[in-house]
Design a protein around this ligand. Sequence first.
Ligand code: ARG
Length: 268
Amino acid sequence: MTMDAMSRRYLMCRPTYFAVEYAINPWMDPSAPVDADLAVRQWDALRGIYLDLGHTVEEIDPLPGLPDMVFAANGATVIDGKVLAVQFRDPQRADEAPAYAHWFERAGFDVHEAKHVNEGEGDMLLVGDMLLAGTGFRTITAAHDRAQEIFGRPTVTLRLVDPRFYHLDTALCVLDEHTVAYLPEAFSPGSQAVLRRLFPDAILASAADAEVLGLNAVSDGRHVVLPVQATGLAAALRDRGYDTIGVDLSELRKAGGGPKCCTLEVRS
Ligand code: ARG
């Protein structure tokens, strides 16, 4: 196994307007208090970790009235400098889609329109040359076909079955070009069989680790940034030779998001 860290380019969105004002997943309770200042400090700590690891972090301006815009992973899928724009399932997030598409247009990327409900890297994860594509709650399979046409990467549909793990990136984490970690019971029986076939050496996460959004982690191939509460998963990762870096995103978790949700990888 190669444990070489690759320097990455990430796009993030400061949670200036973060709040839990509606409920579009089971984590969200608009009546529960959220410490908005703490959310910003926690997000800043995540950004600082990436900078310390030598990654590049770019920022998109947050927009008032879009409290979930901090979850940049949902803003696009970007491979080989090509951008597949997004279309949200829920109207509350709809206006984030053009904001992200314009950011990429202004940055000179080739942007392809979404055409179907497709929540970006929340549901589309590149592992080596293959694109793993989640469905069941948000992104629909027509968007998987479109991603395959645009990116020319074999695209494998995976069906999510537990509403707490509504995006693929809450149930599965890409660790390097050949390795993933995932929560088996978050997937349909057929998709579990596909994952076993594709990744016989995968790290299987426990429910306890998934329930703190432990799988919503970001790996550069060697360092894995994950929720500090996911102690079992962190130990399993260290056993396999990864360096783990815990981060506390307790406030953003109240919206159902963790480190990966806040991080969109820009692959030029
Ligand atoms: N509240 C957001 C939603 O339900 C959270 C998005 C988390 N993003 C992610 N990539 N899993 O849409």
